[in-house]
Design a protein. Structure first.
Length: 194
């Protein structure tokens, strides 16, 4: 496999939406399902990436590919940008509670990895690690001193990968249970100094 990384493009939006849904362990489905009646959730999530600014702007995403085939992607931005954008009209007030554990844990001033995801067939070949390393280099170059991310403690493979890359747990909050969310237990905040 010959992996190359590049900035995401408009044509990658279905991959970016898929990645966000996978990496969130079903949380994004829980938040956006039926936000527009009769519209499939992944199409609603794709809308998020067509905004020029805000945390879901394409400029915050990188794609890994092999011979033109997308293997996976990463989505990361300054943590302090979170909450800066306009209110999301697609999220009804009764669903805000699903974000609660995430809202309670912030590593202020850090560069935040919102989602990293690699298609199952391509996993285990270093693509996820390469994507994370690229974002860390970019964050370092911009003067950031710390990376941060949230992960469900039950997502053991991802937690093991982050630990092996130097991320340490610094806070945890109970996940909000929902039938679309694949993990119970706690949500972790993990950080790594750059
Ligand atoms: C987490 C995720 C992004 C990791 O992507 P990946 O491309 O498989 O990551 P890597 O290949 O860099 O590392 C994964 C494993 O492969 C191993 N590996 C790394 N390079 C390798 C290589 N060249 N050859 C074989 N194995 C390799 C790593 O040591 C690691 O092993 P471990 O699971 O025993 O710790 C991927 O599993 C995924 O998309 N999961 C679903 C979405 C998700 O949960 N995202 C995280 C949400 S917080």
């Amino acid at each position: 496999m010959s992996i190359s990384l590049r900035p995401a493009r408009v044509a990658d939006i279905p991959h970016l939406a898929h990645a966000l849904m996978e990496a969130s362990g079903g949380l994004v489905e829980a938040v956006y399902e039926r936000a527009i009646p009769d519209r499939e959730t992944h199409l609603i999530v794709e809308h998020l990436f067509s905004r020029p600014d805000g945390t879901t702007a394409i400029k915050h995403c990188l794609v890994a590919e092999d011979d033109g085939n997308v293997l996976g992607s990463i989505h990361a931005f300054p943590m302090d940008d979170m909450g800066d954008g306009p209110p999301d009209l697609l999220v009804s007030e009764d669903r805000y509670g699903l974000f609660e554990p995430f809202m309670k844990m912030h590593a202020d001033g850090s560069y935040y990895i919102m989602a990293v995801s690699v298609y199952p067939d391509a996993q285990g070949h270093g693509t996820g690690s390469r994507l994370i390393a690229e974002v860390e280099d970019a964050a370092r170059a911009k003067g950031f001193k710390q990376m941060s991310l949230n992960v469900f403690a039950e997502n053991e493979g991802a937690v093991r990968l982050y630990r092996s890359l130097g991320y340490v747990e610094c806070a945890r909050e109970p996940a909000v249970p929902h039938d679309k969310i694949r993990y119970g237990g706690d949500v972790l905040l993990m950080v790594r100094d750059l």
